[in-house]
Design a protein around this ligand. Structure first.
Ligand SMILES: Nc1nc2c(ncn2[C@@H]2O[C@H](COP(=O)(O)OP(=O)(O)O)[C@@H](O)[C@H]2O)c(=O)[nH]1
Ligand SMILES: Nc1ncnc2c1ncn2[C@@H]1O[C@H](COP(=O)(O)OP(=O)(O)O)[C@@H](O)[C@H]1O
Length: 401
């Protein structure tokens, strides 16, 4: 809380254009929603400006610093802000690099409202905008020793360019062959708890006495690479993902019998007797929950490994003609410092170059009609089109490559 900087009061007094491409002074923008003005940027540490967020509550005459969740955009030389659906602000970075040009500041989306309730304070959340869509992630659960890791390794080996593994965080110690950052991010409990509080995790759970969790970033980097993400998580984690905004496919792997599960766990030889006992005790409950909770779309029985693997491939649509190259991961657009912006329905028209709209220059159309996802992850489904020259009118759309 604090006193509003002079320019904010000036802007509030002159009135805003209902949130659309609001006045910017220096490199700050202010977007009004109801009785609140959301101020982005304005902290001048030349040559770039950090993108801090403040809220000016007009009714109370107070300036509030909200809790800002999500990965924050890096500082930039300037930006434009456009209000969308009264719940998020589109930010276009000026002078940006192609994959870092569009961001969304969510101010009243479902995620933000939930977090506001949980945290009991004013909350906003950043979400980076990216082009294109990712295939549905695949969540694989099942008791310890059932063969999840084996099945996932087979899939990644046969289709290396198609699938990517979500590398979880865990507080358990690494096993002999496990590498940090590849099998897990091995971490201290206090560090992981801090990151959970900072909203960096999609889900987390205590399993067999240790903390495990999927960071938002672990899933997003796989999708950014144009690959389908595979998550190996327990039933509690699967339940949390099911309740989240992540649209995923859920598969539960069952052992043929408890005796066989015990045999596999012991044959693996990675746990102490005490740990094996704990995993076996938990297995019964996990199997019951896996079969009856309504979380899972498919149940696989891992009796014969090859047969189970074939069934898994079938579920993933990998039993026909398959193209194994990853989807191109489309880049954004590089915006210059000079921009003029207007909005028509779900399209943002961005004029790059001279601010004088009568001259010939490049127009870019940012189509927002197919947005998906959002905080705490990326906002996907952005589409850009270029119009070569303003003199061509709006008929000459060329899709950017
Ligand atoms: N909720 C959740 N569970 C996880 C995560 N990563 C791994 N697990 C689960 O934690 C349990 C123990 O995993 P691990 O220690 O590797 O032992 P393993 O299952 O015997 O190979 C398994 O049920 C995993 O599916 C995660 O990020 N979140
Ligand atoms: N269908 C199967 N038949 C026999 N052994 C199996 C089968 N599937 C996996 N295994 C073995 O069982 C052990 C546990 O498998 P793993 O993939 O580590 O399980 P999880 O990741 O579910 O804990 C490993 O030694 C693995 O080689």
């Amino acid at each position: 809380m604090g006193e509003a900087p002079a320019f904010i009061i000036d802007d509030l007094q002159t009135g805003f254009l209902n949130g659309f491409d609001l006045k910017s002074q220096g490199c700050a923008t202010a977007t009004v929603i109801g009785n609140k003005a959301y101020l982005i940027g304005g902290v001048n540490d030349e040559p770039t400006l950090s993108l801090g967020v403040h809220i000016f509550d007009q009714t109370r005459g107070e300036l509030v610093s909200p809790l800002v969740l999500g990965t924050k955009p890096t500082p930039c030389k300037g930006h434009s802000a456009v209000l969308l659906n009264e719940d998020r602000i589109l930010m276009i970075k000026r002078g940006s690099v192609p994959d870092d040009c569009i961001w969304f500041l969510e101010v009243d989306t479902q995620f933000v409202r939930e977090q506001r309730k949980i945290l009991g304070t004013e909350v906003v959340a950043w979400s980076k905008g990216v082009r294109g869509n990712a295939d549905k992630p695949v969540v694989i659960s099942g008791p310890s020793g059932v063969g999840k890791g084996t099945l996932i390794s087979m899939l990644m080996k046969e289709f290396p360019s198609m699938f990517g593994f979500s590398v979880s965080h865990t507080t358990r110690a690494p096993r002999g062959m496990e590498k940090d950052g590849v099998h897990y991010h091995f971490t201290e409990r206090s560090a992981m708890e801090r990151e959970i509080e900072d909203g960096k995790f999609l889900e987390f759970a205590a399993v067999h006495g240790n903390l495990y969790g999927t960071s938002v970033e672990a899933v997003e980097v796989v999708a950014d690479a144009g690959k389908r993400c595979i998550l190996d998580i327990d039933v509690q984690g699967a339940r949390s993902v099911k309740a989240s905004s992540l649209d995923a496919m859920f598969i539960f792997v069952c052992p043929p019998s408890m005796e066989e599960l015990e045999k596999r766990l012991r044959a693996r030889g990675t746990e102490t007797e005490e740990q094996v006992q704990k995993r076996l005790r938990n297995a019964q409950t996990e199997i019951e929950q896996g079969k009856s909770s309504g979380i899972f779309d498919h149940i696989l029985y891992n009796d014969n490994l090859e047969e189970c693997y074939e069934s898994l491939k079938k579920l993933l649509g990998l039993d026909g003609n398959i193209t194994t190259s990853p989807k191109a991961s489309p880049k954004g657009v590089e915006f210059p410092m000079d921009l003029a912006i207007s909005k028509i329905d779900q399209k943002i028209i961005i004029k790059c170059g001279s601010p004088d709209l009568k001259t010939t220059s490049n127009l870019i159309v940012l189509d927002l009609s197919s947005l998906k996802g959002g905080a705490p992850g990326r906002t996907r489904g952005l589409d850009f089109y270029a119009i070569e020259s303003f003199s061509n009118g709006l008929n000459g759309f060329n899709q950017l490559s």
